[in-house]
Design a protein around this ligand. Structure first.
Ligand code: ADP
Ligand code: ZN
Length: 611
């Protein structure tokens, strides 16, 4: 039966891409994936966030006879996805617990009458006998299993309902299945194949890289000041600022508001109504900043998040990559910015130590944190480090991270390290960073006098280096495991076995120079592109205003009307007719009919004023 669709299939999918979605060409593996699905094959699709997974099942659902069933774990996202489809003029609906009986009946009727192209279902709904019976009565184009990694018991998003999806093979042997995910190391991948019986499926694996995201990490000196410098050129842009604690989330939001930003807190301690309200404002208004704990993110599909800032260190590279990955889904330039300091390291280590869990679990958590710290301190290209960590190849230089743009210097810190280590030793391995530095700098503090540390041979031997440099040295010694923080006690510093070689002068130590200038780069970099050039600012604002008005009328987020990239293309090519409009990326037939006139009016008015 597959050959039936083969003839002219490629041109058919291209035609759909253009007329419905308004896009000119496929990206990456999209075209092959779509062809496979149309010809009835099972597929496994691994693509990074923003890679364009949705099109892979949407287009075959439109082209194959019958309805495409999309299985998604996030009920909260279904409305958004269905809205997006309806904006394109596609007949889509969802069935979940948020609908009342009458609404459900209506959708079931549409389904049976063949009026739907796409139906979104949560897995627990799908595997109900009632649903299965309903589906067996109609033509099915395919099953798309979104977020397929939820089937993995090792992953952090495990859903037991996903395990039952196996029954699709028995109940619907002739309907092609497509499993899609953005997070898949080898182990998860194997599990998906095994648990969803995808042994016969074709694999389409794209790299993890997110080339439009710029990575930058610097040492924390004054976090608020650093954040402000970073945000200064980004007024009016949407972003997320992650903090570790609820209190800090609240404080940071309040403080950003005093600085003239629209910032809203989000954490698990807020009421569900409040969280939803803040999330909706973030989705629907332009330029809102969300300050959040890690409770925020899953289920946010906002494509135009321009930056993700971390004021505290994530506990693993996996977490860092997932959180920063929420920036720039639309493929436009975005920033992953972070500041971190020794205090973060100590706090995370303490949190891990106080966790009641098995030794094995603790060790694995500890290893993950160590990898994260090593990543922060490394002088190599950030992207290369990240991709290698996930098992992908990468070029040595990406040119779009802080380490590539301003290569960090290193210095021979052997002598400095020896001073720190012997000072820790002589003070009895019971004091923390602050006191150790006081002794090195020869400060006459009460504590120094109380313990008579002015009599030690290490008192004042570190006056050649500044306090912030000492902090940098100590942070790096902790990260490299030459010093250990006594996390069970009061945060005193301890020597480790590994430090002996350095202490005895048998090993040289190269450390990263903390570049004070580099921490400001995020704020005033020449290579950072503001969304539009200054001379286009007025038109840009007018177009955004028009988009916001239309979005409010339809009660959807602005990005469902047009993406930023589409508005930017309008600025570049100034379409003044429907014909011109159709050439703009992201303008398909339905949106042309609904919105083109409004935007053409804005552009024409602008042209008149300019002439
Ligand atoms: P994912 O689910 O992989 O994170 P999406 O399916 O949401 O990604 O796609 C990300 C964005 O890229 C969407 O806004 C989508 O419309 C856009 N996109 C996808 N494919 C193309 C394409 N071939 N040309 C232009 N834009 C595309
Ligand atoms: Zn790089």
């Amino acid at each position: 039966m597959s050959s039936m669709y083969n003839a002219g299939m490629h041109s058919k999918s291209l035609e759909v891409l253009k007329s419905i979605f308004g896009y000119d060409s496929f990206r990456g593996h999209q075209s092959e994936i779509i062809e496979s699905a149309i010809s009835g094959e099972d597929t496994l699709v691994l693509m990074p966030t923003g890679g364009g997974k949705s099109l892979c099942y949407q287009i075959p659902s439109l082209i194959r006879p019958g309805v495409g069933i999309v299985i998604s774990p996030l009920i909260a996202l279904m409305q958004d996805q269905v809205n997006a489809m309806q904006q394109l003029g596609v007949h889509a609906a969802f069935l979940n617990s948020s609908l009342d009986a009458t609404q459900q009946k209506l959708i079931e009727k549409q389904l049976v009458d063949g009026q739907l192209d796409l139906l979104y279902l949560a897995p627990e709904r799908l595997v109900k006998e009632q649903t299965l019976t309903l589906l067996s009565k109609i033509d099915l184009a395919l099953f798309a299993i979104d977020e397929a990694h939820c089937v993995s018991q090792w992953g952090h998003d495990f859903r037991s309902d996903y395990l039952t999806l196996n029954l699709l093979t028995e109940r619907f042997p002739d309907v092609p299945r497509m499993a899609l995910t953005a997070t898949a190391d080898q182990r998860t991948r194997k599990e998906i194949v095994h648990r969803l019986s995808l042994g016969q499926a074709k694999f389409f694996i794209s790299g993890f890289d997110r080339p439009n995201i710029r990575y930058a990490i610097s040492n924390k000196t004054n976090a608020k000041k650093q954040l402000l410098a970073f945000l200064q050129n980004r007024r009016g842009e949407a972003g997320v600022v992650y903090c570790l604690s609820r209190k800090k989330v609240e404080d940071t939001a309040a403080w950003l508001c005093t600085q003239g930003f629209t910032a809203l807190p989000y954490h698990a301690g807020l009421s569900p109504q409040m969280r939803e309200y803040h999330q909706n404002r973030f989705l629907r208004e332009d330029g809102v900043i969300i300050t959040a704990t890690i409770a925020f993110g899953m289920g946010i599909d906002k494509p135009d998040v321009r930056f993700v800032a971390h004021l505290d260190l994530p506990k693993s590279i996996e977490a860092y990559y997932q959180e920063t990955g929420r920036a720039g889904r639309d493929g436009q330039a975005a920033e992953a910015w972070m500041v971190y300091g020794l205090q973060d390291v100590v706090r995370l280590q303490q949190m891990q130590a106080s966790n009641v869990s098995s030794e094995q679990f603790k060790r694995s958590e500890r290893n993950k944190l160590d990898s994260m710290l090593g990543f922060c301190e490394d002088t190599k290209c950030r992207r290369q480090l990240l991709l290698n960590y996930f098992g992908d190849d990468a070029p040595e230089h990406c040119g779009n991270c802080d380490n590539c743009q301003i290569p960090p210097e290193t210095w021979d810190a052997t002598e400095a390290a020896q001073k720190v280590l012997s000072c820790v030793y002589r003070t009895g391995q019971r004091f923390g960073v602050v006191h150790t530095i006081d002794v090195l700098l020869g400060k006459e503090t009460d504590k120094v006098k109380q313990f008579e540390h002015q009599k030690l041979s290490t008192y004042g031997i570190g006056r050649d280096i500044s306090e912030s440099q000492w902090r940098s040295v100590m942070r790096q010694l902790v990260v490299r495991g030459l010093l250990q923080v006594d996390v069970d006690g009061y945060g005193g510093l301890l020597l480790t076995d590994e430090c002996r070689l350095v202490l005895r002068g048998e090993q040289n130590l190269l450390l990263r120079k903390d570049n004070v200038a580099a921490s400001k780069i995020g704020g005033k970099r020449k290579s950072y592109k503001t969304p539009v050039q200054a001379e286009h600012q007025i038109l840009w604002d007018d177009l955004r205003e028009c988009r916001k008005r239309l979005a409010d009328e339809c009660n959807v987020p602005p990005y469902l009307i047009f993406h930023d990239a589409t508005l930017k293309e309008m600025i570049d090519s100034r379409p003044m007719s429907r014909m011109d409009m159709l050439t703009i990326t992201g303008v398909g037939q339905n949106k042309l009919d609904k919105y083109a006139a409004d935007f053409i009016e804005v552009i024409c008015n602008h042209a008149e004023r300019e002439s």
